[in-house]
Ligand binder design. Structure first.
Ligand code: ZN
Ligand code: ZN
Length: 403
């Protein structure tokens, strides 16, 4: 399953990046396969990349998604237990007088700090909370926090104001049961600020003219949900090739394996050839391999029509490799997790294109992989949650319902 993040669009002067890009290989695949459009989560629901990937793997996001925190935690390798509360964390820079809640966020990424291990170590050594906490670094300025103890609740608000120039927010309980958790989050936020503010590494950063990494901003609180592993659910082994923490997290959450690839960056500079090679090699050891490309979504967020078009063309040039797969053995899906129109700069619920190539599928008349063509194909309009089921049927692996 190749997921080109946010590849589909809305037309600008009648054209989209995908429809105007020269994509001979994708077009050939569309010609060889059966095509359609897909609502990854539900019609009219604007999906996040996390909820949509859960759906693409056959999990109902309305049931299994409680927030981004648990996925971030899974992404850095923390296994959640019942009662845990998980958050996404940013190392950030705050300035001002008073408590942390009087201070202004001046950099949400603390100058894109690379190594936070010493800072995390200091917090682990010095911070005393009424509950157990696990703080683990992600890539760059990112980290995940898990609170573990009795009577915790994930019904609490973010401390991250999400914009520079604003004060750090006080964590608030969304209901009575969450009052204690909100209080713990506020203590955590203040005390970690004190520890970080005085940390020698921050003195060094100041001397080097870099912003201090002196605050931890929390968001996306979520709790544990019991989720059947991919293998339990389908009897199939899952692997993911993606450099994006969120997608790696979704994969780990359902018990899949994450494959690291040299040169995979999750942006336009990613090593496309290496990722495709790794995904094809993974087919020797796994039943389902999800190959994810992120840059198309970023360029959509940047409202960069031309950049998005060019990256699609670049991606396509590497798809020759995919064209030569043995489709008597392999069932290929090419799709997206949501649309990220350049005219909007964010995710929309516009359905995404989907192409399935496998020997014996009902090949349709579609000859171009674009928003304006694939909907004419034989798959018509499907739901993301049905995608794997449809593919399993096409390879004769679906269970019979009834006699
Ligand atoms: Zn996405
Ligand atoms: Zn996005």
């Amino acid at each position: 399953m190749v997921v080109i993040d946010g590849v589909s669009d809305r037309p600008v002067n009648g054209k989209t990046p995908l429809s105007s890009a020269k994509t001979p290989n994708l077009d050939k695949l569309a010609e060889m396969g059966i095509n359609g459009i897909m609502d990854t989560v539900s019609p009219g629901i604007r999906p996040g990349s996390d909820t949509s990937h859960l759906a693409l793997l056959g999990y109902d996001p309305f049931k299994y998604y409680t927030g981004r925190g648990p996925i971030e935690a899974a992404g850095v390798g923390i296994e959640l237990k019942p009662g845990d509360v998980a958050f996404r964390v940013n190392f950030a820079t705050v300035k001002g007088e008073g408590t942390i809640f009087d201070k202004i966020v001046v950099d949400r990424r603390a100058g894109r700090i690379e190594d936070t291990s010493d800072l995390i170590k200091a917090i682990e050594d010095e911070l005393d909370l009424p509950v157990k906490f696990i703080l683990k670094k992600g890539t760059g300025h990112r980290a995940a926090l898990v609170l573990r103890g009795d009577n915790l609740s994930h019904e609490v608000t973010d401390t991250d104001p999400k914009k520079v120039g604003r004060k750090v927010k006080t964590c608030k309980a969304k209901n009575k049961e969450a009052l204690e958790t909100a209080e713990i989050v506020n203590v955590f936020t203040q005390k970690t600020h004190e520890i970080l503010e005085e940390h020698p590494l921050n003195q060094v950063r100041v001397a080097e003219g870099k912003p201090k990494a002196n605050a931890l901003l929390l968001r996306g609180a979520g709790g544990f949900t019991k989720i059947k592993s991919f293998e339990e659910k389908y009897g199939l082994k899952l692997a993911v090739v993606s450099a994006t923490a969120l997608i790696r997290g979704v994969c780990r959450l359902v018990g899949g394996e994450v494959i690291d690839v040299e040169g995979a960056t999750g942006n336009v500079h990613t090593n496309i050839g290496n990722k495709i090679k790794a995904a094809i090699e993974a087919l020797d050891h796994y039943d389902v391999v999800l190959l994810h490309f992120k840059a198309t979504d970023e360029l959509g967020h940047d409202k960069n029509f031309e950049g998005k078009t060019k990256f699609i063309e670049k991606l396509d040039s590497y798809f020759k490799e995919i064209l030569n797969l043995d489709f008597s053995k392999i069932c290929l899906i090419i799709t997206a997790d949501h649309s990220t129109p350049v005219s909007v700069g964010d995710h929309t619920a516009d359905p995404v294109p989907v192409t399935i190539v496998h020997d014996g599928v009902r090949v349709d008349d579609v000859k171009k992989f674009s928003e304006f063509e694939v909907y004419k194909g034989g798959l018509c309009r499907i739901s993301g949650r049905d995608l794997l089921r449809i593919a399993l049927d096409l390879i004769n692996k679906a269970k019979k319902f009834g006699a």
